[in-house]
Design a protein around this ligand. Structure first.
Ligand code: NAD
Length: 428
């Protein structure tokens, strides 16, 4: 009989930086440590529903273009599916699956009654006119309307989408039903049922955990230098609020490049420059760096707030920050995680660090359902309480199991979803 060669087991090094593989690997580590029953682990390591749509959009010149988009629900055991919609040329089904799984753990970690979902369309919105963007958004909303709704699945903004895009989605679903359904999306403008504090919520959450992590690690914000990668909703607000909290913001980047000033950047001046030029590159009181150089800059805290797979096996060894706070989803690959841990770099994982956004989205949904709106002070106070509680629970788990904060956060989150599944039982 021919001898069968052993099945090659990929080492972490050989696993490509596919976000879905990375998400499953992170889950597997937690499932293993929790000693999760294999059947239950098999359920939780896959997505529940993945929906692909291809749809035509009439362009301004009269031509038709077909776009591809996705809505994926990873898990809905603890409540309706929740997660943003991304417009980006590199969107893929695997990316959306990973983002949906991370949403499940994020909602469970901060203990809000949502499951995880995500959506995306393969498109570069910079190449569309405003009218084309509106038609694309409305048609995509219509295509996924069989899934979304206040009780089933609630989208929100993500990369290259914003309050206006959410308003178009809310209007499209409402027009199809014949009445207004504000709670179908979060991150809407205030005029149609949005929440105070939502636009700044993710950056505020990043700042809350940055302060908590500094207290835990004995770092004084007043003598702590920060670099932030990405200057969109998450990055710009994180930089501003961390600056207000006393940190020195030395480095910033956007898709066009990076700026650095070891003495610190004046955030008001940077914001004014960005408003005028639509980019931070070219800001006069700083040195220009490449995006790669920014990640390796001489700072104490690095906040990746752009896209996944930014800190990888290729550059993790050169990261000089002692604390990484993941404003983006999935910015650090498992291979990089291992390298950072061996260098003594602490990582505040995405499922905690950027959970401020979904937490205030939850507040927005609750307010919409009650038609009763809260003041910003109340929202920020509740957000702080939830973020600090989750931070404490994460640290407790990591200390109990002598593991990273990421694994500690996963232990809290995965156990909550596993327990909920066990209590509900398996249908039928
Ligand atoms: P955004 O579209 O508002 O901003 C993205 C920013 O990243 C832009 O400034 C862009 O220029 C920059 N960028 C893109 N590629 C880059 C690169 N290679 N190097 C440096 N900068 C680059 O998106 P956002 O809403 O701020 O989302 C950023 C990240 O945060 C994503 O991972 C998203 O999933 C995550 N996130 C967003 C929210 C939210 O409330 N918007 C909540 C949780 C997590």
């Amino acid at each position: 009989m021919a001898k069968t060669s052993p099945i090659p087991v990929p080492t972490v090094h050989e696993v490509p930086d596919n976000p879905w593989h990375n998400a499953q690997l992170q889950f597997d580590n937690a499932a293993h440590l929790l000693n999760l029953e294999p059947g239950l682990a098999a359920v939780l390591r896959e997505v529940k529903r993945e929906f692909t749509v291809r749809f035509p959009v009439k362009m301004d010149d009269g031509s038709l273009r077909v776009f591809e988009g996705y809505r994926v629900q990873h898990n809905v055991t603890r409540g309706p599916a929740k997660g943003g919609i991304r417009f980006h040329p590199n969107v893929s089904l695997d990316e959306v699956k990973a983002l949906s799984m991370w949403m499940t753990w994020k909602c469970a970690l901060v203990n809000i009654p949502f499951g995880g979902a995500k959506g995306g369309v393969i498109v570069d919105p910079a190449n569309l006119s405003h009218h084309e963007l509106e038609r694309l958004t409305r048609r995509f909303a219509s295509e996924i309307s069989i899934l979304i709704g206040p009780e089933s699945d609630i989208p929100a903004p993500d990369v290259n989408t914003n309050g206006e895009v959410m308003a178009w989605i809310m209007d499209t679903v409402s027009m199809e039903k014949g009445y207004s359904i504000p709670a179908v999306v979060t991150g809407k403008p205030l005029d149609i049922g949005g929440s105070e504090g939502r636009p700044s919520a993710t950056g505020r959450g990043v700042t809350i955990v940055a302060l908590a992590a500094c207290r835990k690690l004995g770092m004084d914000p007043k003598s702590t230098r920060v670099a932030v990668q990405g200057f969109g909703n998450v990055g710009s607000v994180s930089a501003q609020l961390m600056h207000e909290a006393g940190f020195t913001i030395c480095g910033l980047s956007d898709v066009y490049g990076a700026i650095f000033n070891p003495e610190g950047l004046d955030m008001d001046e940077v914001m004014a420059f960005q408003r005028e030029h639509r980019t931070i590159t070219g800001f006069p009181k700083a040195t220009a760096l490449s995006n790669e150089e920014l990640l390796e800059a001489d700072v104490d805290i690095l906040v990746p707030a752009a896209l996944e797979n930014q800190i990888t096996g290729a550059n993790a060894g050169r990261i000089r920050a002692r604390l990484v706070i993941e404003g983006a989803n999935g910015p650090t690959t498992p291979e990089a995680d291992a390298i950072l841990e061996s260098k003594g770099v602490t990582v505040v994982p995405d499922i905690l660090a950027n959970a401020g956004g979904v937490t205030v989205s939850y507040f927005e949904w609750v307010q919409d359902l009650q038609s009763l709106f809260w003041e910003e002070g109340e929202i920020n106070k509740r957000l702080e309480k939830i973020m600090e509680r989750a931070f404490t629970q994460m640290v407790l788990q990591s200390e109990e199991h002598h593991c990273s904060w990421r694994l500690g956060a996963y232990l809290v989150a995965v156990k909550r979803v596993a327990d909920a599944t066990a209590v509900r039982g398996i249908y039928p």
